[in-house]
Design a protein around this ligand. Structure first.
Ligand code: NDP
Length: 338
């Protein structure tokens, strides 16, 4: 059983060498006697930015730290090999929390989702049909409630969440601009995902001026994925009664202390609603989301891009690549295809 182990807690930018690949000789392909858990074979693993927070020793976070010396855990797609739980049976496909290893024992399977639609790529359950898809849906539709004709700005727009936020906002009749960190990603935003405009934030010395260029009338909705200087520039450009979904602030995750956000008081005079959210609180809406998104996929009305890394041994590099923008689209690791 190959596993990806966290060596020790991480300070600063995570490196591939913070994780090690270990092969244990013995594979216990058996559930312990009397267990009401599952033995699963992991197929696809999801690389997600929040995992950086779990590499640090934290207290009072919404999610526990990883344990140094043990395999990482995270969202994935897996096949049930053995079940001690009434809701699951051998052969079921599931998505949810599993281990960064070939085989895992999941002791509390209640939080897992059973995969019912198998006529779409299974890896989609780490993205558009899984946690990032729900994040885009909840943040845009529940928190920002977009209306036709509104001006929407999305940062980290070509990633797992951003590419969907932009397309959902277009389907709601909004004018949508996205930013990303390379020319290739900017081209994708404009030519593949159908954003109205897109720009490379790394080429803009003055983010305020850039936003004024793309939003001469201001921003109604900001889907916040990056934080820091970008958030400051956005605050200067929000319109009256604007909404900000505070989804993530990846530019801050590797810093020992958050950078100060100037202009935060702009949200007062402009009556902007800025709301943080954690997708895990909203999974009761998953059936409603599936009802919306499955037809969009089948009718080709939504485009979804993945960046696939082959083999568990490529997982550490894939995960740390998120923080330098190496991934184009949703970063997935294939452990096995069936
Ligand atoms: P992505 O697929 O977008 O991958 C991360 C991307 O972030 C990189 O490719 C890179 O793209 C960009 N990035 C990295 N460092 C920086 C930086 N310093 N400044 C600006 N951009 C940077 O990840 P996801 O779509 O999975 O996640 C997007 C955001 O949503 C993250 O902040 C994440 O934490 C958050 N999130 C929050 C959830 C919630 O429940 N609230 C749930 C899921 C995600 P580029 O080349 O464009 O720089």
């Amino acid at each position: 059983n190959k596993k990806v182990i966290l060596k020790d807690f991480v300070v600063g930018f995570p490196k591939e060498s913070d994780m090690i690949l270990k092969t244990s000789e013995t594979i216990t392909l058996k559930l312990p006697e009397g267990s009401n858990g599952l033995l699963v074979k992991n197929l696809y693993l999801s690389c997600d930015p929040y995992m950086r927070g779990r590499m640090t020793k934290t207290e009072g976070s919404y999610i526990d730290s990883f344990t140094p010396g043990s395999p990482l855990t995270g969202y994935g797609v897996a096949k049930v090999l053995e079940s001690g739980h009434a809701n699951f049976k051998k052969g079921d496909l599931i998505w949810g929390f599993t281990g960064w290893e070939e085989y895992s024992i999941i002791n509390a399977p209640e939080g897992l989702f059973k995969i019912e639609h198998t006529d779409v790529p299974l890896s989609y359950y780490t993205g558009i049909l899984g946690m990032p898809g729900m994040t885009a849906y909840v943040g845009l539709h529940e928190i920002c409630a977009p209306k036709k004709g509104e001006y929407v700005y999305v940062s980290a727009a070509s990633g797992a969440v951003g590419q969907l936020v932009g397309q959902f906002a277009k389907l709601s009749g909004c004018y949508v601009v996205g930013s990303a960190g390379t020319k290739e990603k900017v081209d994708l935003l404009k030519n593949k995902f159908g954003f109205d405009e897109a720009f490379n934030y790394k080429e803009e010395h003055d983010l305020n001026a850039a936003l004024k260029r793309y939003f001469p009338e201001g921003i109604d909705i900001y889907f916040e994925n990056v934080g820091g200087k970008m958030l400051e520039a956005v605050l200067l450009n929000m319109r009256l009664n604007g909404r900000i979904a505070a989804c993530g602030m990846i530019s801050q995750y590797n810093l020992e202390q958050d950078e100060g956000v100037h202009y935060l008081s702009s949200i007062i005079g402009k009556r902007v609603r800025m709301q943080g959210f954690i997708v895990g609180d909203h999974y009761h809406m998953y059936p409603k989301y599936m009802e919306m998104v499955i037809p969009l996929i089948k009718e080709g009305k939504i485009c979804y891009i993945e960046d696939i890394a082959e083999g568990l041994e490529s997982a550490p590099a894939a995960l740390v690549g998120l923080f330098s923008g190496k991934n184009v689209g949703k970063q997935v690791v294939v452990v096995a295809r069936e």
